[in-house]
Design a protein. Sequence first.
Length: 336
Amino acid sequence: MFAYTMRRLLQMVPLLFAASVVIYTLLALQPGDPLDELRRNNPRITQEQLEALKRSYGLDQPIYVRYFKWLGRAVRGDLGYSRDYGIPAAEFIFKQRLPNTLLLSGVALLLALLVAIPVGIFSAVRQYSTADYAITFLSFMGFSMPIFFLGILLLYLFAVAIPENISGFPRLPTGGVPDLLWSDVRSGNAGLFQFIGRWAWHLILPVTALSLIQMAAWTRFMRASLLEVMNQDFVRTARAKGLDERVVLYKHALRNALIPIVTIVGLAVPGIFGGATITETIFSWPGMGRAIFDALVAKDYNVAMASLAFLALLTALFNLIADLLYAVVDPRIRYN
């Protein structure tokens, strides 16, 4: 497995190079340039000043020259400066925004898995029952509902429509993150449980919106995968040997049914980080998704390029992780 892993890691190099070329080219071919906002905010700026700024930013050079200059800096760990925030793009993304996205997406992913897999198993075992029909109906509703509509609906129901005078059911935060930081806990200005409670309170709505879509889809995949395995010959043979139904289900059928789920979840993880753009925008959550959206609108190319390249890296890594997990889930699979 070590040789296979190293081979796959080496294959990522040309893949990530090609992805970075495509991303950089698409960003550079956007209508306008990063100086558009400067023109709007400073109507007295002269053409000579604009030309000087273009030269300083390197915008007067061909795309391929700008790309290879960016690549040369990137391999040394220099991702450039954020024009909007005035700090290094790497510091802005990986210190200020990535931890918030990891928290939001990680909790949403864990919640979706903890609910989807048991509910999918229950639905498959109780096939064609009333509970199965109800789960199927709710699942179809869940992954058919656009995330922006679900987010706005949750905001309205739990943060706006609830009257303020109802005791015992306070309104949930409409967005943003709490002003309580980990540094406050370390300095003794706040307790650990106070810190966890405040952040959990602000996470309820965005985590619910982000996890429900994945939860509904993965429940359907888990049900379909388990039903397919339960009808195979080796499961019928295990039953014919007189094994307990729980042993047949959890030891023989479930491990094989998890193989497609591993693939789907592995491919969905980078999508959750990138797809959190809408969720983070609706709930004003300062994460990577919101940073990508703001950078594309403001044409802050260094932030956009670094963020999208990081998502490409995540996609390649989680594809590899999913392939390696096949050998864990299914003992018949060996990588030599």
